[in-house]
Ligand binder design. Structure first.
Ligand SMILES: [Zn+2]
Length: 289
């Protein structure tokens, strides 16, 4: 293609075609990133995040990676937003501005996302910034210390609070807060005791991993993630490590043995889940939480 020798007419037609190709290409790249994220494939390069993978493995700058990952997440679960990106009606910059705006908004639903994108599609970035700089509307969270109007309490609770207030002279809200904190402490104490000392009647099929097995695995792993990726070798993560039923998953009858368990970081545990049960199962769990 010799651009310098093109006629004016051909040059103007050609640029339209190339811009369309460029927009299509961006859309295709975002679709690839979406699928890589679904499969948590970036963990096979021992990258903690998709952003990190985009920088280290795809050669994007940190800014370029951030813009692409943000746009990809914005279009996830919405064919309307995906089409707006594909047609070039929503630029990467506008997607990032919209995403910033939406993170501050209490309504995180797809409908709200689409409503915002419909408002700013095809607009120049200055106009997008102007529209989205207005404070978001919607339900406000109650300010600190304000009583939730929908909290229903029984007569007995009011009686107890009143008696306690008479005896201590303390504010009722404070008394309620202290009682709840004490109850929470009590429950947490019971929970940690149960973890440390399983009851003798505990079933053989239990997720409980004996402390002695945990200690041996941690020592075997040298306190780092034991995942070995085909592309980048052993992971070196030492934070937020979890025990993973590696060879046979727990739900498929996997046992709490040294051979079946391994110490892994959160990312590699999630990746293993995708390998065992597929990305759809992960999406279901993520949606519920
Ligand atoms: Zn890892």
């Amino acid at each position: 293609m010799n651009i310098e020798k093109m006629s004016d007419d051909k040059l103007l037609k050609s640029v339209l075609l190339e811009v369309k190709k460029e927009k299509d290409q961006l859309h295709i790249v975002l679709l690839h990133l979406k699928e890589i994220y679904r499969r948590r494939l970036f963990t096979e390069y021992n990258c903690r995040t998709l952003n990190e993978y985009c920088v280290k493995e795809l050669g994007y700058t940190r800014g370029e990676a951030y813009y692409r990952v943000t746009a990809m997440k914005l279009m996830a679960n919405s064919s309307l937003i995906e089409k707006a990106i594909q047609k070039g009606e929503l630029s990467l910059t506008a997607a990032v501005v919209a995403s910033d705006y939406l993170t501050k908004h209490p309504d995180k639903s797809v409908i709200k996302k689409e409503e915002v994108i419909s408002k700013i599609a095809r607009m120049p970035i200055s106009k997008v910034k102007e529209i989205l700089s207005r404070p978001p509307s919607g339900p406000k969270y109650p300010p600190k210390n304000e009583v939730f109007p929908k909290l229903k309490v029984s007569k007995r609770v009011l009686e107890l609070l009143s008696q306690l207030q008479d005896l201590t002279g303390e504010d009722q809200t404070k008394l309620l807060e202290v009682s709840l904190e004490n109850k929470l402490k009590q429950v947490k104490k019971c929970e940690s005791k149960a973890i440390q000392k399983p009851s003798p009647t505990q079933s053989a099929r239990s997720r409980y991993i004996p402390q002695v097995i945990k200690r041996k695995i941690r020592s075997r792993a040298n306190y780092t993630c034991e995942h070995v990726s085909m592309r980048r070798g052993r992971c070196t993560e030492s934070k937020n490590l979890e025990f993973d039923h590696h060879i046979i998953p727990y739900s498929k009858g996997g046992k709490n043995t040294l051979e079946n368990l391994r110490l892994v970081c959160k990312n590699h545990n999630t990746r293993q889940f995708v390998l065992d049960f597929g990305p759809k199962s992960l999406e279901k769990i993520t949606r519920k939480s």
